[in-house]
Write a protein that binds this ligand. Structure first.
Ligand code: AKG
Ligand code: FE2
Length: 656
């Protein structure tokens, strides 16, 4: 080994040792932006909005990278340089649960975006997760934003026999505010202190590659016959690989070192001249970086932003500009005191029945095979403008804080707390699927809540006739611009079979479709779906005949029945597809409209979703909740009295 080689080896060893010190030392500073959870991070910062994976690329460019637990053993991070494996291409090992490489990594859209960013001198933001084994110091929070970096290189290597893609990043402003460097970090060699990285042309493919490792130059072109081979024609021993400090610590010159924008987004402001809808717009439910402590926070409360850091509690809000009910009117669907226009659609297999009564156009949708129906009552001007009616309710709900909040979801798929998209609060009998703190008594509730209960009791009595129980709960949902509720059912245990919803404000598009397991005939575990098939589902006729045949077996020979359930998907040619059933019913829920879903079968077989089409919408849903279905800890501390309202929709002057 020449003197030069041994000096480089020595430097390489020192660099690696500094970067892999254990236990990890404390950082020399604090991040200016950090988060406790992934949702708060992704809802807040513009440079990382990816709920899965480590890279956020959009519009053909890379914006941010987050390096957490999934790390390659050759990943490297110091105060100014980050080297990582491109994300993606891993799959879960069934035995160990670890993420493993099963195939060669190929250039996908992320790599293409990084290449674009290299070419256009677009910096990216790097974030480190608390479980990152390569961080040079212990990250003080679950997610910590490092800084702006230049993406400088994209190249191929080989690891465990598979081709992998790697990136190198270099700090945009080196040696400036590297809070993540340990307090006494010793850097054996600085950025740009050494001669440039060695570049050689491959004798086989004639393409240039840089020397990344001390062990020797290798062609890094994945298609070349000499790819990843040392001078002796052999592949290097992975465990021995040491970065060539000339490659690692090179300084890449850019025509600028300007940060595209501040790592801490500014707090949202509204114009001094009130603009209708601005304070409930899409931007208004983004999270915020607390100006006092740097924490990323989702917007949880309807009335404003709050920092969730218990040591901070910074708060701010925007002035609400009232959206008067008359601006809700769509000029292409003028509203009058006559019956409104229908805009609902359904598949041919759905049986529709129409009725016109008490100022509502009433669309009944019957689903073959299900004992029950979905009804859409479309309001007219007379309904909306009556005293205490939808117009007044819409105004009152904007002027009063009824306790709407985005609430934690039961099943969090990401690190940290995961919130519903919409804001909600419950009145009356607690809805067991939301936290007890989210329930309030009808006593003291605003008129809009109490009147909704009375109005929906009237509507359900009229539509479901004798077959319904008086509602004892109102679940209020509030939606800002672009907030939606994804497909779900309302059929949880303990709920009555009738569910009625009053829509207020901007229209919502409600869709109903068969649940995937009923549509495809296969449950999540790959078994045949045992429930009777419904018309409109895949291979309906064959499934229907089979279903009828195996009912006897179910009672006579349980074991044979179980085997049958396992084998049927293959016999019937049912394949577990991710494809969803088409929407069977699509309704435009306008201001003042009521939807009633009646019958447990609808919730068992069908799921519904509501998407927004405007700036501000409320959905007030009434149910009957059996108090016996609640565990002692879930029962209300207040009494839920009977509805004292006397609303009667039939007393309005009739439509012409
Ligand atoms: O927004 C709506 O109209 C419906 C909301 C809903 O489906 C629910 O509260 O379960
Ligand atoms: Fe629902």
């Amino acid at each position: 080994m020449s003197e030069e080689e041994s000096r480089l080896t020595d430097l390489a060893e020192q660099l690696t040792a500094v970067a892999t010190l254990l236990p990890k030392p404390a950082p020399s500073g604090q991040p200016s932006v950090w988060a406790d959870g992934r949702q708060a991070l992704c809802e807040t910062v513009p440079y990382f909005r990816s709920y899965q994976g480590g890279g956020y690329c959009t519009g053909g460019f890379a914006h941010g990278f987050m390096f957490d637990k999934e790390s390659h053993e050759r990943d490297y991070m110091d105060a100014n340089v980050v080297i990582s494996r491109a994300s993606g291409g891993l799959s879960k090992d069934k035995a160990t649960g670890d993420m493993v490489m099963e195939k060669d990594q190929t250039e996908g859209s992320q790599v293409c975006s990084v290449r674009n960013s290299v070419f256009h001198y677009n910096p990216v933001v790097i974030i480190v997760g608390e479980n990152n084994p390569r961080s040079p110091s212990l990250p003080p929070h679950p997610y910590c934003v490092l800084d702006w970096f230049k993406p400088t290189h994209v190249w191929f290597e080989k690891s465990q026999g598979k081709k992998i893609i790697r990136y190198r990043f270099e700090k945009l402003k080196p040696y400036n505010g590297c809070w993540w460097a340990p307090r006494q970090m010793y850097e054996p060699v600085g950025l740009g202190d050494l001669p440039p990285a060695v570049k050689k042309q491959c004798r086989a493919c004639s393409k240039d590659s840089l020397q990344v490792y001390i062990q020797g130059w290798m062609c890094l072109q994945p298609e070349c016959s000499l790819f990843w081979k040392l001078k002796n024609g052999l592949e290097p021993q992975e465990a021995d690989l040491l970065y060539d400090p000339r490659f690692m610590k090179q300084h890449t010159s850019w025509p600028h070192s300007s940060e595209p924008y501040d790592l801490r987004p500014e707090l949202m402001k509204v114009c001094s001249l009130p603009i209708i809808g601005q304070d409930v717009s899409y931007a208004a439910w983004k999270g915020f970086v607390c100006p006092e402590c740097g924490r990323c926070n989702s917007r949880e409360s309807w009335i404003g932003w709050e920092c969730g850091n218990t040591n901070c509690r910074f708060k701010y809000s925007l002035t609400h500009t009232l959206i008067p009910p008359n601006v809700l009117h769509d000029p292409y669907y003028p509203l009058s005191s006559n019956y409104a226009f229908s805009r609902d659609k359904c598949l041919p297999l759905i049986k529709t029945k129409l009725d016109f009564a008490h100022n509502y156009r009433i669309n009944y949708f019957e689903i073959p095979g299900i004992d029950g129906f979905v009804v859409h009552l479309i309001a007219n001007k007379t309904v909306n403008e009556e005293v205490g009616g939808p117009d007044d309710m819409f105004v009152e709900l904007q002027q009063t804080d009824i306790g709407l909040r985005r609430r934690p979801l039961q099943m969090a798929m990401v690190k940290g707390q995961m919130l519903t998209q919409h804001f909600l609060v419950n009145y009356g009998m607690p809805y067991k699927f939301i936290a007890a703190t989210a329930s309030r008594s009808f006593d003291g509730a605003v008129d809009a809540i109490k009147n909704t209960r009375s109005r929906l009791n009237w509507a359900a009595r009229y539509i479901a006739k004798g077959e319904y129980r008086e509602f004892n709960e109102v679940l209020a949902l509030g939606y800002f611009e672009k907030q939606a509720i994804d497909y779900h059912d309302d059929g949880e245990f303990g709920l009555g079979p009738t569910i009625a919803t009053l829509s207020l404000g901007a229209p919502g598009i409600m869709r109903l479709r068969l649940k995937a397991k009923h549509y495809h005939g296969i449950s999540k575990n790959g078994n045949y779906t045992e429930a009777a098939p419904l018309p409109g589902s895949i291979k309906y006729d064959a499934r229907k005949a089979t279903h009828d045949n195996i009912q006897l077996l179910k009672t006579t020979d349980r074991d044979a029945y179980r085997r049958k359930i396992k084998d049927l998907p293959q016999q019937l040619g049912l394949v577990k597809k991710t494809g969803k059933a088409p929407d069977a019913i699509t309704m435009t829920l306008g201001h003042g409209d009521i939807v009633i879903m009646h019958g447990a079968g609808i919730q068992e077989y069908y799921e519904h979703a509501v998407g927004p089409s405007g700036k501000l919408r409320f959905a007030l849903t009434c149910r009957y909740i059996d108090p016996e279905s609640l565990k002692p800890g879930e029962r209300p501390v207040y009494t839920v009295k009977l509805d004292e309202g006397t609303y009667d929709g039939s007393s309005l002057p009739p439509a012409a």
